[in-house]
Design a protein around this ligand. Structure first.
Ligand code: FE
Length: 490
């Protein structure tokens, strides 16, 4: 096939982009705040070639990293694919060799045993290095200035787990990196691993355990003393994969389990709490209150991304995510968790102030579907079309609607300064302007989200939907430049 399929996953905001780019001095309107000194990065999927399987789901594209580098009154843009083994093999062949999402049984025999990871989901800054992440493989180190791919990372061979989540957490007090992997013993295995990286780049702890059943664990959460694993019934089946079927399917006959693991504990220390079948991609935050553990997360009654376990297709209209609080009581003998909706519009792609990760907090940031406002996204499903801030203690929210024929991508929070109160600063997010095939990076002041952007930076390109981004202050970038130069000289 020489063209991409005409399906929603390849239309509108999901239209393949397939470029690498460098643009100096982007045009912009408004004033770029003093706090925005450094670089904003985003990571996402963009298929290099039409799918081998005929069609595909949107999360299977090749990983890219974009960078907006803020200098003295100018903003430069760079955009490159991650040089994964998959990317290199397919570019050489000038066609897709890898088949459907996370199913190696659908691949061209010439790539048997080749690393399938796409490094297409999120970025991590750890020990002064930048990594592109995807939950089925090792982190790929990326040069934070040129975006060149530098290689895979496994703590110099010290780490046993063969894959790292795209959603690690940094503890704001200890500076530790907390992360995990799942299906660690092979496709469709329940083997899950939790690990802690010390701030100096060494592996401090690695624990393998088996939850009640094997599941897709896209995100987790931490508190001061615990790591929290949502085990939700999106499950894998090796026989289904062998028959060419999907890696994942939705099985609502199973409960949701929340596994609460003491951060330094053993597999025997995990306590599980039970609730109704739910699907969620992203957590917002978690914290302890006495014996209670609160986890704020997206929750939907079904997983509309994958087929149902009986082979039927989900109704996409039932898959909307709502910000929800799940609470477990460690002092109770009851093994169930409670559920309470925190916000009444669909939302996802959360961020919080990095100083309150795993601690009691007030403010969360999110992409929102304002379904009462025009969307018109050219044949694609209703996109996130607003950016929001919620006070989770009161439920009060502020929204900025991005306009018709527009899709917003994940907002990233940047603090106004070192002494700023929680949640005080800016949100950075890419907005797709679908009618013109262009994009904007908008900067919103979190004190006045509804007032709209304080700056709009224009990108004369369609920027395919990324998943997750991060902001690095120039002090961190400068530190990395010095350490990197020393490393090369040594
Ligand atoms: Fe994610």
């Amino acid at each position: 096939m020489a063209t991409f399929p005409d399906t929603p996953m390849f239309r509108g905001p999901n239209r393949p982009q397939r470029v690498e780019a460098e643009i100096l001095n982007l045009e912009y309107e408004g004033a770029i705040p003093q706090a925005i000194r450094g670089a904003f990065y985003r990571c996402g999927p963009d298929p290099l070639f039409p799918p081998r399987a005929g069609t595909d789901i949107g999360i299977n594209g090749d990983g890219f990293v974009s960078q907006f580098l803020f200098g003295d009154g100018h903003v430069d843009f760079r955009h490159r694919f991650v040089r994964t083994d998959k990317f290199l093999a397919e570019r050489k062949a000038r066609k897709a060799l890898f088949g459907s999402y996370r199913n190696p049984f659908t691949d061209d025999p010439s790539v048997a045993g080749v690393d399938r990871t796409t490094a297409n989901t999120a970025l991590m800054w750890y020990d002064h290095r930048l990594y592109a992440l995807k939950e089925d493989g090792l982190p790929h180190e990326i040069d934070p200035f040129t975006l060149a791919t530098l290689g895979k990372f496994d703590f110099g061979g010290a780490m046993r787990m063969p894959m790292v989540t795209a959603h690690p957490k940094i503890d704001p007090v200890t500076g530790e990196l907390l992360f995990y992997g799942f299906e660690c013993a092979g496709l469709a295995t329940p083997d899950t691993a939790f690990a802690i990286g010390a701030p100096d780049g060494t592996l401090r702890h690695e624990l393998w355990f088996q939850p009640p059943y094997g599941a897709m664990i896209h995100d987790f959460a931490i508190t001061r003393n615990y790591a929290i694993f949502p085990i939700m019934p999106t499950t894998a089946d090796i026989d289904r994969m062998r028959a060419g079927g999907d890696h994942w399917a939705w099985d609502p006959s199973l409960p949701t389990w929340l596994g609460i693991l003491p951060r330094g504990g053993t597999a025997e220390d995990i306590r599980y709490f039970r609730g109704p079948a739910r699907w969620s991609f992203h957590t917002m935050n978690a914290y302890e209150e006495g014996s209670l553990i609160h986890l704020d997360t997206t929750a939907a009654p079904t997983n509309a991304f994958f087929p149902n376990i009986d082979g039927s297709r989900p109704n996409p209209g039932e898959g909307d995510f709502y910000l929800t609080r799940w609470t477990c009581d460690l002092a109770s003998n009851d093994d169930s968790f409670t559920e309470r909706r925190l916000f009444d519009r669909p939302s996802d792609f959360y961020d919080v102030d990095p100083t309150v990760v795993g601690r009691p907090y007030r403010f969360g940031f999110m992409a929102v579907k304002a379904k009462d406002r025009p969307a018109n996204t050219i044949g694609a499903p209703h996109p996130f079309n607003a950016l929001g801030k919620i006070d989770v203690t009161s439920g009060e929210a502020m929204l900025w609607y991005a306009g018709p024929e527009s899709a917003v991508q994940e907002p990233v929070f940047v603090r106004r300064g070192d002494d700023a109160p929680e949640g005080d600063g800016y949100l950075l997010a890419v907005v797709n302007r679908l009618a013109t095939g262009t994009s904007e990076l908008v900067i919103l002041d979190t004190a006045r989200i509804e007032a709209g952007p304080v700056a709009r930076i224009h990108v004369p390109l369609h920027l395919r939907m990324a998943f997750h981004g991060m902001f690095l202050p120039d002090t961190e970038l400068e530190r990395a430049r010095v350490l990197n130069a020393k490393g090369k000289a040594a």
